[in-house]
Design a protein around this ligand. Structure first.
Ligand SMILES: Cc1cc2nc3c(=O)[nH]c(=O)nc-3n(C[C@H](O)[C@H](O)[C@H](O)COP(=O)(O)OP(=O)(O)OC[C@H]3O[C@@H](n4cnc5c(N)ncnc54)[C@H](O)[C@@H]3O)c2cc1C
Length: 418
């Protein structure tokens, strides 16, 4: 390099350095400071994002711990940006905060909602294509507006029971944070926090494959199309080692496909990690069984509806089994409460259910509705200084409806919404 170029390079470096923030250990959260919260949500994915917004909107001081760097989980980071199902037979069965964000994302993006008044030829025609980038930013904005304290790059290192709730230690690079909270909502997708507390979890020998989502070809048009995917058999979201394995395996399989058939097409989109369909579920105060699901059993404490075929992916693919005409399953509050627990709820795909029921319950609209229901219950429990199952169900249903959610009527009702 010539002397003049060297000087130029040096002055650019010096200029850049002048603007660099000074980061020292003093900027980390001191380990002896304990932050107080009413509700801590762990996992800012499909269910957890909605839970955090709802808890804060209901007046609870809320902290959201997410080990990634954006909100939305499988919907955004996983690339499964086509949530469903919010409508059945022309009627809306799931609304609330999830629907609010989905509608907003579609509107800002100049997108289009499916025509819900027309019966779909396939169930997935009524899923909504959302731009995952917009969805995650809108979700973040809604959290900030509601007053949620977001802690990216962190995960719970320890959780202990305290006199009036929990003492949780959350860690991340350069951060060690102690939080004293009244209620916990585990939205990690694999009931990680329930597992840390030794609460019973359910899991099959063989789980459904995960998938790596990507696009080969012309540019990816977010909010207008679905990504391609390859199965990742044995994908297991239980811990960082199994997640690493699944993500590497997914990328390698994708690479093989690119090398094999599509050599002239460019790789234009690849999600940062594999998306997981199944891992641990909790054993709750009740377990939603396949029979409950396909018969549309009406639970007294139903907090939301759920609608999707039984959708079990195996090594040989998937053959969704649609629900019989007129069947509309629901999710009971007791399936969000780990058996024998106090002051903790679980929402999302780790809802207490058997494997076949779970294959239908795990979809995004239902996860969002579960997140909202768990949050209202947790916020009320914190306010009433009690545990979730002791909150009067009428209070939960009332507050959920005040925040736009659809709650199944407690008595059998001829219409699907009220
Ligand atoms: C390939 C694939 C296709 C699918 N197709 C559809 C579809 O067509 N329509 C549909 O509606 N649904 C579909 N689903 C199902 C649906 O997307 C998921 O079941 C749902 O999004 C799960 O939501 P969740 O909130 O339980 O978990 P996630 O959205 O996965 O969120 C979990 C969050 O917790 C965070 N986390 C995990 N552990 C920790 C920890 N210890 N500390 C801090 N943070 C943590 C994660 O980073 C993540 O953000 C599909 C799923 C997959 C994988």
């Amino acid at each position: 390099m010539k002397r003049r170029d060297l000087l130029k390079a040096a002055s650019i470096t010096a200029g850049a350095m002048a603007f660099q923030p000074l980061v020292t250990r003093a900027d980390t959260v001191p380990s002896d400071a304990t932050q107080a919260a009413d509700v801590v949500v762990v996992g800012g994915g499909t269910a957890g994002t909605i839970a955090a917004i709802q808890a804060a909107r209901a007046g609870a001081k809320t902290v959201l711990i997410e080990h990634g760097s954006q909100l939305g989980g499988t919907t955004t980071v996983g690339g499964v940006c086509f949530p469903g199902l919010f409508h059945v037979g022309g009627k809306q069965i799931i609304s609330g905060i999830g629907w609010e964000l989905v509608e907003k994302a579609v509107a800002i993006d100049g997108g289009k909602l499916p025509d819900f008044s027309k019966p779909p030829q396939a169930h997935w025609h009524h899923q909504v294509l959302v731009n995952p980038f917009l969805y995650s930013v809108l979700a973040e904005e809604a959290c900030l507006e509601a007053g949620v304290s977001i802690c990216y790059y962190e995960f719970p290192f320890s959780v202990e029971q305290s006199a009036d709730g929990w003492l949780l230690e959350s860690v991340g690079p350069g951060t060690r944070r102690r939080i004293a909270c009244k209620q916990l909502i585990d939205c990690t997708g694999g009931a990680d926090v329930a597992g840390m507390l030794g609460l019973e979890r359910l899991r099959e020998e063989e789980t459904q494959p995960g998938s790596m989502l990507f696009k080969v070809g012309d540019a990816f048009h977010p909010g207008r199309e679905r990504l391609q995917q390859v199965y990742v058999h044995g994908a297991d979201s239980s811990n960082s080692a199994t997640r690493t394995q699944a993500t590497i395996a997914g990328r390698q399989t994708m690479l093989k496909h690119i090398r094999k058939g599509l050599a002239r097409k460019r790789l234009v989109q690849m999600q940062p990690e594999a998306a997981f369909r199944e891992s641990y579920r909790i054993r709750g105060e009740t377990i939603v069984t396949h029979d409950d699901y396909v018969s549309g059993r009406r639970f007294d404490d139903a907090v939301c509806w759920a609608f999707y075929p039984v959708d079990l992916h195996t090594r040989s693919g998937v053959r969704p089994k649609p629900l019989a005409e007129g069947v509309l399953p629901c999710v009971p509050l007791r399936a969000l409460v780990p058996k024998g627990s106090r002051n903790i709820l679980v929402a999302g795909r780790s809802v207490s259910s058997d494997r076949l029921a779970n294959s239908g319950l795990r979809v995004q609209a239902t996860c969002m509705a579960m997140g909202q229901a768990a949050a209202v219950t947790a916020a009320l429990a914190a306010k009433q200084k009690t545990t979730p199952l002791d909150v009067p169900f009428g209070d939960i249903a009332r507050v959920l409806r005040e925040h736009g959610a659809i709650v199944p009527a407690q008595k059998p009702h001829s219409s699907v919404t009220e």
